[in-house]
Design a protein around this ligand. Structure first.
Ligand SMILES: [Zn+2]
Length: 627
């Protein structure tokens, strides 16, 4: 199983076609504006002129520029835009000019600390930035056929390989990223040496003595990021958990440390396990994945509850109000899930991808496409707000590249057929057994579960069309129109292995009704509470709709919720639930005898979680008290 080239899978449903239009018309131009106004492009301009000093912003800000470029590649694949293309080409030229003759590029070190290059791998992110350069370059090369940036990336990768690797200096980055980027570079260029280097970095990590521990004694480089000592040492002893450097990967069992680092790391490792048919590594990854998704993931697919380490704590520790659940971590979970899905063909991975995609990831961007969340809590007391940018701006371009490349998680090609993981609307073109096949999915997902998939072939060809049965769909039905062929079921997919002729339509019905779900009681924060879901969407109650703080509301789950059309969301289904609400301050006392507060029968409207906080900050809640 492998992703289709993005040019060969075009999103057509209302949800994704709107988001991809917003991406190109609003998100990318506004991000370019932020790169200009925050000095991120000026850093490259100055480095290109071989100036010294004057770096603006955080030391890893180059990475935002690269992720923006990667998102441009995907966006332009969906919609041509001369404005976006012009801005992208201008940025590529700045990056190319900034690269040094030996392939090194990192404007912070070039402008401020040329003597400290590669001195502090644990927290100064040179390889992290370079990894995003490589990803952007591969994306632009593969989606747009332009290789100027690819040549920059190859020179950088060769430079890294001249310093680090077997028989050279032992080293890898504190913030994983370059590993998966090197694997992508190998696939794009056919050069095995890059994935070999990425694999070596994956396997070296966590073996004592840690390369990071010695760096903690290097005062000049440590002075640039003193927090490293605090994050990597506990009670005076080195602990690499924060950066997944606590043990070799094959010994990892639970998910620990910084969430985004972990996701990028295990994404690369899953790719490695797949390409090398490395079963022990695949089994270790499955165990970590299970720990994450069965004990440490929010109902929204958000991960990493703690702000302290931007990451993981312990099983079932999932506080709602203080949930960190970084947008990038949900994006990373989708990346890792995709590699495991491609490795195994097990729908459970697609279930998690879908959960994170439509909830905890897409909540990271406003409906307007130019305001963002860094953290994605499941409750707000009115002080959580979307902003146009961040000093540490990893999330905005990350959600942009996810929107542009969503076709990669929706479906996959394979030697023996085609996989539909998420029944969104799309047009796909591919070759199966040498025959050009067109597959069109007409869908209004995630609002409706009625989907029609039409397969068109010019000559008869046998292949297997697999369609995932979502975990939430209790009574899914599949009907091949005018054909008595019955589906076979395998790995959570309905499989139609037959000789396809002419044009054939598959009707899919995934009945969507509002449902209340409860959490494992070990999630103490959700005890006595229920969350409203419909199909793949998790719902949230906002004060803007309810007219009162949803924390006051107690849901009567015996009364069936009603569906409505919500105009703000262009027809997305909203849901009205019934219950009672308490009245704020009705006793006039801080503490009164139990039962003194007045309560009223009340109704409250819920909207999809991803769409909350598009009308300004206000009270919001996902996990509701209930009778
Ligand atoms: Zn982020």
């Amino acid at each position: 199983m492998a992703p289709l080239p993005l040019a060969n899978i075009r999103m057509t449903d209302q949800f994704w076609s709107r988001w991809q239009r917003v991406l190109v018309e609003t998100t990318l131009p506004s991000q370019y504006g932020q790169l200009v106004s925050t000095g991120r492009l000026e850093n490259f301009r100055r480095a290109g002129k071989r100036e010294q000093g004057g770096f603006q912003g955080l030391y890893f800000n180059d990475s935002d520029v690269y992720k923006y470029l990667e998102a441009c590649a995907y966006g332009l694949c969906a919609h041509e835009s001369t404005a976006v293309r012009g801005q992208m080409n201008e940025v590529i030229a700045l990056v190319e000019a900034a690269q040094e003759a030996d392939g090194y590029i990192n404007t912070f070190f070039q402008l401020m600390h040329p003597d400290l290059k590669w001195r502090n791998l644990n927290s100064l992110h040179e390889m992290y930035c370079g990894g995003h350069l490589i990803e952007a370059a591969v994306a632009i090369y593969e989606c747009l056929g332009e290789r100027k940036l690819l040549d920059v990336a190859i020179r950088f990768a060769d430079h890294v390989a001249s310093v680090f690797g077997p028989g050279k200096r032992r080293g890898y980055c504190g913030h994983q990223e370059i590993e998966l980027a090197l694997i992508r570079l190998s696939k794009a260029t056919g050069e095995k040496k890059y994935s070999d280097l990425g694999s070596w970095m994956i396997e070296e990590r966590g073996n004592p003595p840690s390369v990071f521990e010695a760096e903690l004694d290097d005062a000049p480089s440590l002075a640039l990021q003193p927090a490293a000592r605090h994050m990597l040492k506990q009670q005076g002893k080195y602990s690499g958990e924060y950066a997944q450097d606590h043990a070799p990967i094959r010994q990892h069992r639970a998910i620990v440390g910084h969430a985004v680092r972990a996701m990028y790391f295990y994404t690369a490792a899953a790719d490695l396990a797949d390409s090398r048919h490395d079963e022990p590594l695949g089994e270790a990854l499955e165990e970590i994945w299970n720990n994450l998704t069965r004990k440490r993931m929010y109902v929204t697919g958000g991960i990493g509850p703690s702000a302290h380490n931007e990451g993981f704590t312990r099983d079932f520790d999932l506080p709602n109000l203080t949930a960190y659940a970084e947008t990038c971590a949900a994006v990373g979970l989708i990346l890792w899930g995709r590699t495991l899905l491609e490795l195994t063909g097990d729908s459970e991975y697609a279930d998690v991808i879908e959960r994170a995609l439509y909830n905890g990831a897409m909540s990271g961007i406003s409906l307007s496409g130019d305001l963002y969340f860094y953290t994605n809590p499941l409750e707000s007391r009115g002080n959580h707000e979307r902003t146009p940018w961040f000093e540490c701006a990893c999330c905005p371009p990350n959600i942009a590249r996810l929107i542009g490349s969503v076709g990669w998680v929706v479906a996959s090609g394979a030697d023996d057929g085609f996989w539909i993981h998420i029944p969104a609307g799309f047009d796909a073109d591919l070759q199966i057994h040498g025959v050009p096949v067109k597959i069109r999915s007409v869908s209004n997902y995630p609002d409706s579960g009625k989907i029609e998939v039409t397969v068109e072939v010019p000559t008869p060809v046998r292949f297997n069309l697999r369609v995932r049965i979502p975990h939430w769909a209790d009574e899914a039905t599949f009907e091949l129109v005018g054909d008595g062929h019955e589906a076979e079921y395998e790995g959570g997919y309905a499989c139609f292995d037959l000789e396809w002729k002419g044009s054939t339509t598959l009707k899919i019905d995934l009945p969507m009704t509002p449902k209340w779900v409860e959490a494992d009681p070990r999630v103490r924060d959700d005890l006595g509470r229920a969350a409203l879901v419909r199909g793949p969407l998790v719902y949230a109650c906002e004060e803007k709709d309810a007219g009162f703080a949803p924390q006051l509301f107690v849901v009567d789950t015996d009364i069936e919720p009603e569906e409505r059309q919500e105009p703000m969301l262009e027809g997305v289904v909203s849901i009205v639930a019934s219950g009672v609400r308490e009245e704020d301050g009705s006793t006039g006392e801080l503490y009164a005898e139990l039962g003194a507060s007045r309560t009223f029968d009340a109704q409250a409207e819920f909207i999809p979680y991803y769409a909350w906080c598009n009308r300004g900050p206000n009270n919001m809640q996902v996990w509701m008290r209930h009778f």
